[in-house]
Ligand binder design. Structure first.
Ligand code: ADP
Ligand code: MG
Length: 281
């Protein structure tokens, strides 16, 4: 299983010439670049010229007070919302105007703060509902390329079984998805997202409502996947969880990036403390 000590050594074998900054945990390559992103809901500016980058190989934290715009940012990046202006690049490709499944094809996948309803499905079936698949997509293919669909589905099924085993939740495979605990569901969500083989996975509050035992298991799985090459952008309210896993940490406040730094730098920054205590303007 995953080696807790290994969490500190992410990217050690990476080329030394890192152009970027923060801390040397990543390999210097920018995998996600968000530039000057703006999103308004009526008069409310939910995303206010947000700019930041995520280096390949990192677990990058994204924190900020309630309503800071964290989930909106995820929706914009992953193609669920269209920005009013600004740009999103994944692996150097402009994905700003792409649909979620097209952004996934570029290697970026996200989970939701509130998992979708999975009534009437077993955990195994839930695994096979792609993390950002479009309804109708495979339905059309069923007629245009039935052989391809059958092959793809056999591969998906085998991959789902393998991933459930890797997450040590294969014993849940035949249970109704609605019968497992909230914490187990978060693990299933993570496992399911991995089925898309993302380069970068965006997790929206994976530890929320998860008991300490499962929370540790979740952290262990995130570390294991990161060691195996997946980059993470992690929204989380549980400070112990996010600070223990992430480096660097980006702080969002009122739709803009307030600062970025190591967990230590962020936790001792007066602006961050003010943002959490201050509330709205
Ligand atoms: P966070 O995830 O940091 O708590 P959100 O991104 O959910 O913050 O919300 C940021 C702001 O945008 C909040 O004021 C929220 O009410 C508003 N907001 C988010 N989504 C929508 C939407 N679909 N329509 C209108 N307002 C929204
Ligand atoms: Mg949110």
């Amino acid at each position: 299983m995953s080696d807790p000590a290994a969490a500190e050594s992410t990217g050690d074998d990476a080329p030394a010439a890192a152009e970027s900054g923060s801390d040397g945990r990543g390999d210097g390559e920018i995998l996600l670049r968000v530039t000057d992103l703006v999103k308004r809901f009526g008069g409310l500016v939910a995303t206010d010229h947000a700019s930041f980058t995520v280096e390949r190989g990192t677990i990058t934290g994204l924190i900020g007070p309630n309503g800071a715009g964290k989930s909106t940012l995820f929706n914009l990046i992953s193609g669920f919302y269209e920005p009013d202006s600004g740009r999103v690049e994944v692996g150097g490709a402009d994905v700003t105007d792409l649909a979620p499944h097209e952004v996934a094809d570029h290697g970026l996948v996200r989970t939701f703060q509130t998992p979708r309803k999975l009534e009437g499905m077993t955990v195994r079936e839930a695994m096979l509902v792609g993390p950002q698949s479009q309804p109708g997509e495979s339905f059309v293919k069923l007629f245009t390329a039935p052989g391809e669909v059958a092959r793809a589905e056999r591969k998906n099924l085998a991959d789902a079984e393998r991933i459930l085993e890797e997450f040590e939740i294969d014993h849940l495979a035949t249970q109704p998805a609605t019968d497992i605990s909230g914490g187990q569901m978060k693990l299933v969500e993570l496992a399911r997202a991995m089925l898309a083989e993302p380069e970068i996975l965006l997790l929206d509050e994976p530890a929320a409502g998860v008991n300490p035992t499962l929370r540790n298991k979740l952290a262990e799985q995130i570390r294991r996947l990161n060691e195996a090459g997946t980059t993470f952008l992690l929204i989380e309210h549980d400070m112990e969880f996010v600070m223990g896993l992430s480096d660097p940490v980006i702080v969002l406040d009122r739709g803009s990036v307030l600062m970025e730094g190591t967990p230590e730098e962020v936790q001792s920054d007066d602006r961050v403390i003010d943002a959490y205590l201050g509330g709205s303007p």
